[in-house]
Design a protein around this ligand. Structure first.
Ligand code: SF4
Length: 165
């Protein structure tokens, strides 16, 4: 979609390795994603942008039906990705796409510990996986690379998503 092409360029300008406009209905949600957060991630229940504070896979699946297109962003740094997506969300919103909503990768690390309510509500966004999105399945279906890693030293392919309209 030509009218969204500038958001691909803008994502790259902000540090993304690549980005694509995808149909919103190609974003995959699955119940097992929540289980992977609940059993295996130390952030479960500890962050305001992590489960169970985030939309369930079912809620995200229903939410996705309100959108036709999204910007899928490929990057390498979690911090960079999580800083980038709210900027893109804001710019897309100011272009008139009033439903624009972004998701990053991994837990929010803007504060050492979350207080009762978020102190950076304009910057903090949930991760794709924290909202029940099957990131592996979704990005692979669009030709992006992602692999399971055996060690923490491997290069991590990270993804963010901005729902546009
Ligand atoms: S900005 Fe701070 S309070 Fe808000 S979700 Fe991130 S870490 Fe928690």
């Amino acid at each position: 979609m030509d009218k969204y092409a500038k958001y691909i360029a803008r994502a790259k300008e902000l540090g993304a390795k690549d980005a694509r406009i995808i149909p919103a209905d190609s974003v995959i949600t699955a119940e097992w994603v929540r289980a992977k957060c609940q059993f295996g991630c130390g952030m479960y229940g500890r962050g305001l942008t992590c489960p169970p504070s985030t939309p369930t896979p079912e809620q995200t699946g229903r939410m996705l039906k309100s959108y036709s297109h999204a910007l899928l962003i490929h990057g390498y740094g979690m911090d960079d990705m999580n800083k980038m997506v709210p900027i893109l969300e804001k710019e897309i919103f100011f272009d008139g796409y009033y439903k624009a909503f972004s998701m990053g990768a991994g837990p929010c690390e803007l504060c050492e510990k979350c207080p009762e309510s978020c102190v950076h509500p304009h910057e903090a966004r949930p991760s794709m996986e924290g909202c029940g999105i099957d990131v592996f399945g979704t990005v692979r279906s669009h030709g992006f690379p992602i692999e399971t890693l055996k060690t923490k030293d491997g290069k991590v392919n990270l993804y963010g998503l901005v729902l546009i309209e």
